[in-house]
Design a protein around this ligand. Structure first.
Ligand code: NAP
Length: 320
């Protein structure tokens, strides 16, 4: 028997990393997860697979730690999901966001180039790069106009990935993923914040839910569908960039209506707009055109918006 396929995931303790690890294990991969040191272990999302994966200590800020991991584990595929991933924090810590989310990508690509340029590389790009959108829906050719330090850092990460593909012939792909959520997403993100908040109110554990812009519209999908698209990109004959999106757009208000409605509550009685959650600059109507991913990768989402919100509410009820 030959060596099983080996994949390195940066950001394995995060939402996407944990689902991608589940998916790759199911495909028979050996999975290495890069984890940065912290004073307490932060493995909630990967506890169920902890004995089936290998943890390697490394940090996007530390070039040699990444080189050493690649030398030791010799992965065939690298999925760079680690980042400072929360848009509001990027205004508070713009320099750090640039270090992790932008320059961190170059450190990963440099490590790949130096250790083994045959490694296939995936970069977690974001619809936030479109920001003040130039066309609707957005596809791979839509110009970028990011509206946050996070979005700006992701544009850098995207172009450096394209540049290493063109400069060094690396098999490097940038997946431009629109918002996706799941019961494993952090509670600071709007969908779990709403569904978790609605369940808390239903159970009498809270009386109000404080949110930002209710008119903000997002293209929202289910994370397990989106990590499958990442893997599909690295299985093609040629590296390329792909938009991954549901193609539908829904407002924060609609998420509230559905989530509270499923619990027999009227959202207007509980939701309060709190100016502290408004962004200094918001993005416009983000809605993705994933026709290339559908055509070339054969990718299809499995859950629609209503089913996704239902799943989130049910998961919150179960956890409660
Ligand atoms: P997440 O839950 O916030 O996970 C981020 C991961 O990055 C965590 O594992 C975190 O580790 C790790 N990390 C942060 N800084 C690091 C550093 N300096 N060195 C090593 N690891 C570091 O994010 P996610 O939702 O899974 O998203 C995954 C990727 O997709 C991110 O790059 C995000 O920007 C991008 N993306 C997400 C969406 C979305 O809707 N979720 C859409 C488009 C793109 P700790 O556990 O130690 O904090």
């Amino acid at each position: 028997m030959g060596r099983p396929k080996v994949a390195l995931i940066t950001g394995i303790t995060g939402q996407d990393g944990s689902y991608l690890a589940d998916f790759l294990l199911d495909q028979g991969y050996e999975v290495i997860g890069m984890v940065r040191r912290s004073s307490t272990v932060n493995f909630d999302r990967i506890r169920h697979i902890q004995d089936r994966i290998t943890i390697a200590q490394g940090d996007l800020l530390d070039q040699m730690s990444i080189v050493d991991i690649l030398r030791e584990h010799r992965p065939h595929e690298v999925y760079n999901l680690a980042a400072q991933s929360f848009v509001p924090t990027s205004w508070k810590q713009p320099v750090l966001t640039g270090e992790f989310t932008a320059l961190g990508v170059t450190r990963m690509l440099e490590a790949v180039r130096i250790v083994d340029p045959e490694i296939r590389f995936y970069q977690a790009s974001s619809s936030e790069m479109f920001g003040k959108v130039k066309q609707t829906p957005q596809n791979e050719d839509t110009p970028f106009h990011p509206r946050s330090p996070y979005g700006v850092a992701k544009v850098y990460g995207h172009y450096i990935t394209v540049n290493y593909r063109e400069s060094y012939g690396l098999f490097a792909c940038s997946g431009i993923l629109f918002n996706h959520t799941s019961p494993r997403q952090g509670l600071e993100f709007f969908t779990p914040k709403i569904t978790h908040g609605a369940v808390q109110i239903k159970r009498g554990q809270a009386s109000k839910l404080y949110l930002g812009n209710l008119d903000a519209r997002r293209d929202l999908g289910y994370t397990p569908d989106y990590v499958r698209a990442m893997w599909l990109m690295l299985q093609q004959d040629h590296p390329d960039d792909y938009v991954v999106a549901s193609g539908e757009t829904h407002s924060v208000r609609e998420v509230c209506q559905l989530a509270f409605g499923q619990l027999g509550l009227n959202w207007e009685d509980y939701v309060v707009v709190d100016p502290q959650f408004l962004r200094p600059a918001d993005v416009d109507l983000l809605v993705g055109d994933a026709s290339k991913a559908r055509r070339v990768l054969g990718w299809e989402p499995t859950l629609n918006f209503e089913a996704l919100i239902h799943l989130m509410v049910q998961a919150n009820l179960k956890a409660a």
